[in-house]
Write a new protein. Structure first.
Length: 353
């Protein structure tokens, strides 16, 4: 699958309800809409766009393309925190995110329910095989073939997790939490930690997971599933994120975090992508890449004014990171629209170290 601005896959696929009644996808010959070009009302019909889902309200999605938040509908079920690459269909009101022509051609190799499974994989930039699609269709059918459960199955497969009905239920609930709901649960977890004394992290987790608060127990179990590294070769930014708490004064906040673990030159490499809605900095995103000995951190912001504010505090951040037993090879802040390497999603680490 072609790589566009560092996003491997993440294209939007047609509805899990099947191809019937779905308008054929518009052409995708137009260039990718870059952040500085993404202004409300001026994205040309048929443009290939990339962005982030920030909120869901029924069948309406709030998506950030560049520095602007727009509303759109989609031909596939999305979740808050999902990065996407799709064709912008401006002929509808509100606009619609549709499958690229190249992915339509690939999904056309399948029929019936197997096409639905293929499209769930294509929407996340995942590889396809007849055997894999057939197995996922069997599990999906066993669980009742509800459209919304298909995405959770694909997410579990992407992490190498057991695709049981229990795990599907947990991850589906977790994926549909809003940032505010996730922050509320993390706040309750923090209050529980402050209110008790624990001799070890293991005892703390046991108290939280086995306590009388079922929501906290479910959240931590689902969080463990979402936090598992993605299979090698998958773009972590295109998968459902894990919600991690962010220190933000009195107001709770969460960051979207996704992780992938790969093998390069017989050595393990971790790529962690993150995204956070800051109060004064706006959208903050980036990636951390590490092997067993070194790491590189790249931070992206909406414009150079905000990036310069972060660059001024990088020395303090560098000192904090020095406590980690890894060589810090790179630490920088820039804008996604002006920093070509940042748009690629991450900086690599020197594998010779």
């Amino acid at each position: 699958m072609a790589q566009i601005s560092g996003l491997h896959g993440g294209a939007i696929g047609p509805s899990g309800q099947g191809a019937g009644g779905i308008r054929p996808p518009v052409g995708d010959g137009a260039p990718v809409s870059r952040p500085d070009a993404a202004r409300p009302g001026v994205i040309a019909d048929g443009t290939l766009v990339e962005g982030l889902v920030t909120r869901k309200d029924g069948d309406l999605y709030y998506v950030r393309i560049g520095s602007h938040t727009l509303t759109a509908r989609s031909t596939v079920s999305l979740f808050a925190g999902q990065r996407f690459r799709a064709v912008w269909d401006g002929s509808t009101s509100p606009p619609t995110l549709r499958l690229r022509h190249a992915d339509t051609t690939m999904s056309a190799r399948f029929s019936g329910m197997e096409r639905n499974v293929a499209e769930a994989f294509l929407s996340r930039g995942m590889p396809l095989s007849k055997e894999l699609v057939a197995e996922l269709r069997r599990l999906w059918t066993k669980g009742g073939a509800e459209p919304q459960r298909l995405g959770a199955l694909a997410e579990l497969w992407a992490r190498g997790a057991r695709m049981t009905e229990h795990n599907v239920d947990l991850l589906l609930w977790y994926m549909n939490l809003s940032p505010k709901e996730a922050a509320r649960i993390w706040r309750r977890i923090r209050d529980r930690i402050r209110g008790g004394k624990f001799s070890s992290p293991k005892e703390l987790l046991a108290a939280l997971s086995e306590g009388d608060d079922g929501e906290i127990a479910d959240f931590l179990e689902a969080h463990a599933l979402a936090g598992r590294p993605a299979r090698g070769g998958l773009d972590p930014a295109s998968l459902a994120p894990a919600w991690w708490p962010v220190s933000a004064g009195e107001e709770s906040a969460v960051a979207r975090v996704a992780l992938v673990r790969e093998i390069h030159d017989e050595r393990r490499v971790w790529r962690l992508s993150f995204d956070y809605e800051g109060r004064s900095l706006g959208a903050v995103s980036g990636a951390l890449v590490a092997n067993e000995k070194a790491m590189a951190v790249n931070i992206k912001l909406e414009d150079d004014t905000r990036a310069e504010r972060v660059r001024r505090v990088l020395p303090a951040l560098r000192r904090e990171l020095s406590s980690i037993p890894l060589v810090l090879q790179y630490l920088g802040a820039g804008t996604a629209s002006k920093d070509d390497e940042a748009a690629g999603g991450y900086y690599g680490v020197d594998m010779e170290i």
